[in-house]
Write a protein that binds this ligand. Structure first.
Ligand SMILES: Cc1cc2nc3c(=O)[nH]c(=O)nc-3n(C[C@H](O)[C@H](O)[C@H](O)COP(=O)(O)O)c2cc1C
Length: 395
């Protein structure tokens, strides 16, 4: 079983993540993880902090000589601006003249304050902040590296920002590298140049109006073999696990697997992916509206989903709130904030996809070291080819 845990406050000393259950013998290094972190920090519409801090990981356990040991891998990302925040965030004595008392509608401030009994809402927002997703991307990078060993590739692309909607580009094995280079080159992670320009303008308008924006992104994994997840119990279903993972990204409020939303309003013949057989190609599906998952089990097609993000809760023209020390009506707290973080959320979505797929993959092909996992995987692929004429995914 693969387990991931994160810890750390937004302006605390550091973020920490532990990943446990990885096989021994996987090559991993900090540079590979840092490249993924840099992708999360990009994106038009981010706040000033992204320019100040260049995140870098320290691997402090579970890796020796560049290879995993089979023991828990611990990753640390230091918050470089901690010295400025030490008086406010130190575990020991702190300044009490800078408390946060005006909860922001849409953020965790009020609900978290009531739950944990915090009169200083900084105690809530420091952990609820999406800064936590940096270390999730780091752990996701380790999962991604593992999946790469089996030819699995992960992508994301922004589909909409505010009212600007792009047509997502179909991503396949032959074109993924070229398409993703183009998406990585767009400040809003959108494939279409014209829509990129419109999205940037939409963000500029929102910033000028003291507003914030949400949007949506698509995330997918190519090369997932048939048979991950199961219909045998609700919590084994791959679709429910992927949806839960994507929904756990702060501000994601809806997830669809494949063309889930459109499917609800379309007759069955226009939704379900027909099954064909060809002596050269083996079993084939003409379409992949199901998002590569049927009955909670991967069917060998690309696994893909879309996630929908609400607008950022911190507004430079703040909404109505109440001061929780005086109970007087006041405007909500203004913290340094992003105007739009959909492109960054898409990179976090890739990390979640990598985590969920690695977890399901290891469940099926488990092994204490990478060679054992490879043996299990290869044996299963041979069986699929021989018995089920599944000949597309190479082992
Ligand atoms: C990558 C990313 C960056 C975010 N940046 C901000 C931000 O700068 N300011 C803010 O108020 N919310 C930001 N959010 C959203 C909040 O973290 C989120 O709305 C909040 O934790 C409440 O959780 P909920 O929206 O899931 O209910 C960001 C989310 C993501 C995924």
């Amino acid at each position: 079983m693969l387990r991931l845990l994160t810890a750390g406050e937004s302006h605390g000393q550091a973020l920490a993540g532990i990943i446990e259950g990885l096989p021994a013998g996987l090559d991993i290094d900090a540079r590979y993880i840092n490249r993924q972190l840099a992708r999360r920090q990009q994106g038009y519409g981010r706040g000033a902090r992204m320019k100040i801090e260049q995140d870098e990981v320290k691997i402090i356990s579970g890796v020796r000589g560049g290879k995993t040991l089979g023991s828990p891998v611990t990753i640390i990302i230091e918050n470089l601006n901690y010295p400025e925040w030490e008086e406010i965030m130190a575990p020991e004595s702190i300044r009490t003249d800078r408390v946060v008392e005006r909860p922001r509608p849409g953020h965790a401030d009020l609900a978290g304050g009531m739950k944990y009994g915090h009169a200083d809402l900084r105690n809530v927002l420091e952990r609820a902040s999406a800064r936590e997703t940096a270390v999730r991307v780091a752990l996701g990078a380790v999962c991604r590296k593992f999946l790469e060993k089996f030819g699995i590739q992960i992508y994301s692309q922004v589909v909409s920002i505010g009212s600007v909607v792009a047509a997502p580009v179909p991503v396949e094995g032959e074109n993924i590298e070229r398409l993703m280079a183009q998406v990585d080159g767009s400040p809003v992670r959108c494939f279409e140049d014209e829509k990129t320009r419109e999205m940037i303008q939409e963000i500029d308008r929102a910033r000028a109006a003291g507003e914030s924006l949400g949007g949506s992104f698509e995330v997918g994994a190519l090369g997932i073999p048939p048979g991950l997840g199961s219909y045998a119990q609700w919590d084994r279903r791959l679709d429910s696990r992927l949806a839960a993972g994507l929904m756990s990204i702060p501000a994601i409020k809806a997830v669809e697997i494949g063309e889930g939303l459109a499917g609800a309003g379309t007759p069955g013949s226009g939704v379900h992916d027909e099954i064909f057989y060809d002596t050269d190609m083996g079993l084939e599906r003409g379409t992949n509206r199901a998002g590569g998952i049927e009955g909670g089990v991967s069917n060998g097609e690309t696994v893909w989903a879309r996630a929908y993000m609400k607008p950022i809760p911190t507004l430079m023209r703040p909404l109505a709130s109440v001061n929780i020390s005086t109970w007087q009506a006041e405007r909500a707290q203004v913290e340094r904030s992003d105007v739009c973080a959909v492109p960054a959320a898409a990179v976090v979505g890739e990390a979640v996809m990598a985590w969920m797929m690695a977890e399901a993959f290891l469940e099926k092909f488990s092994g204490d070291n990478l060679e054992q996992v490879k043996l299990n995987y290869t044996g299963y692929m041979q069986y699929l080819r021989k018995v089920w004429k599944w000949i597309r995914t190479s082992s």
